[in-house]
Design a protein around this ligand. Structure first.
Ligand SMILES: Cc1ncc(COP(=O)(O)O)c(C=O)c1O
Length: 384
């Protein structure tokens, strides 16, 4: 039988904690409370303790976390929000939905995260906030971003959808900006059983506003102080996430161990492996490599039963829905080049060392005896 190594194996993960989850679900069924309630409050508290942030509002998705955050910050028509062009759509879609303008900036070719120098160049009197996305599980350069924000009086929103558990200079993602947004989408490192997300901040006044907005801006029963939305999280999902988060650190360590094997074994191959700064602890939501033969390598891996993904094939500034913003091909060249050469390898907690080595063998076999034009990108140190 052909070996099969998928990008994720949620069925195998479920087997690890099936009994605990069934018990938690049973508790919710018995309570017959399905929205909000003690499980949601407990999840908020647990996540705050985990990352070292004062308060949190659990919401219906990572997208709604971003949207509700921007609503609570008062972002709207006439405002600009700086967003990396190389990220998932939701980061920018939320800005647009509020009538504000996403101002796209380029990325650092080594980390795929936003380049702080391009942020500085994009600031105008209309800029209200910067979204710092911690892409693939590595934190953006928050020291530089925060100092730009302080200098210009801007808010920093961490989009930590892919980075729960990541650390930057020893501090946790979600505790690095003014406010952080998480996603519990099933494929995330802490994935729920359905949609879910969270807003986290040390600013309790902001959190109070976000909490109100989550429930149609109600300050009392049927008294609406603001226009919010239905951004509430289901009780069942919170109860399940409370169980799953107990296994998060162990799962993260497994991802990091796989990444270490990939790093070592692909060091002299024809592909560029991810670059992780000494001050970073990356959680490898994705293990993304760069190669000039991306599509052919992906096809070959799939033929051999190995999953692979392309995150992301088109930068946001070139998306059809943002055409009216006037960006052209060539506007943000690092991200554009990355979109053509990037691909992600399986790096999930249920793989074992031999699976990782098999993926490496498939990559080596694909390149065969061919010599690569490739020079290893040696300038950023790694740490795991
Ligand atoms: C960087 C980033 N931001 C935001 C989101 C949106 O999260 P959700 O899918 O939970 O709405 C995601 C998830 O795909 C993401 O990867």
């Amino acid at each position: 039988m052909m070996r099969s190594i998928a990008m994720l194996d949620l069925k195998a993960e479920f087997n690890v904690f099936a009994d605990e989850i069934r018990e938690a679900v049973d508790g919710v069924l018995t309570s017959q409370q399905f929205v909000g309630g003690p499980a949601v409050a407990a999840l908020e508290k647990t996540m705050c303790e985990r990352v070292g942030v004062a308060d949190a509002v659990a919401v219906s998705s990572g997208t709604d976390a971003l949207l509700c955050t921007m609503m609570a910050l008062g972002i709207g028509a006439g405002d600009e929000v700086i967003v990396p062009t190389f990220t998932f759509f939701a980061t920018a879609g939320s800005v647009w939905r509020l009538g504000a303008r996403p101002v796209f900036v380029d990325i650092d070719p080594k980390t795929f995260n936003v380049d702080p120098r391009s942020i500085e160049a994009a600031i105008t009197p209309k800029t209200k906030a910067i979204v710092a996305v911690h892409l693939f599980g590595q934190c953006a350069e928050m020291d530089a971003i925060n100092s730009i924000a302080v200098e210009h009086g801007l808010k920093v929103i961490e989009d930590a959808a892919q980075a729960i558990g990541a650390k930057y200079h020893g501090r946790s993602a979600c505790a690095l900006g003014d406010v952080a947004c998480l996603s519990f989408y099933p494929t995330k490192n802490l994935g729920g059983f359905g949609e879910g997300g969270m807003i986290m901040s040390n600013d309790r006044t902001f959190i109070d506003v976000a909490r109100q907005l989550r429930n149609h801006g109600q300050s009392g029963t049927y008294i609406h102080e603001r226009v919010g939305g239905n951004f509430r999280l289901d009780t069942m999902k919170a109860a399940i996430l409370l169980v799953k988060q107990r296994h998060l650190d162990e799962f993260t360590e497994r991802r990091r161990a796989h990444a270490a094997i990939y790093d070592a074994q692909l060091a002299n191959s024809c592909v560029d492996t991810p670059q992780v700064g000494e001050h970073q602890e990356m959680v490898y939501h994705q293990y993304s490599i760069l190669t000039d033969r991306r599509d052919a390598l992906c096809d070959r891996l799939r033929e051999r039963g190995v999953g692979c993904g392309v995150y992301y094939p088109l930068p946001l500034h070139l998306q059809p829905c943002f055409a009216s913003l006037g960006y052209k091909k060539g506007s943000l060249p690092v991200a554009e080049d990355t979109c053509e050469r990037i691909m992600s390898l399986p790096c999930h907690p249920m793989m074992n060392d031999s699976d990782v080595k098999f993926v490496v063998d498939c990559i080596d076999e694909f390149h065969g005896a061919s010599t690569c034009s490739h020079e290893p990108r040696a300038d950023t140190a790694r740490s795991h």
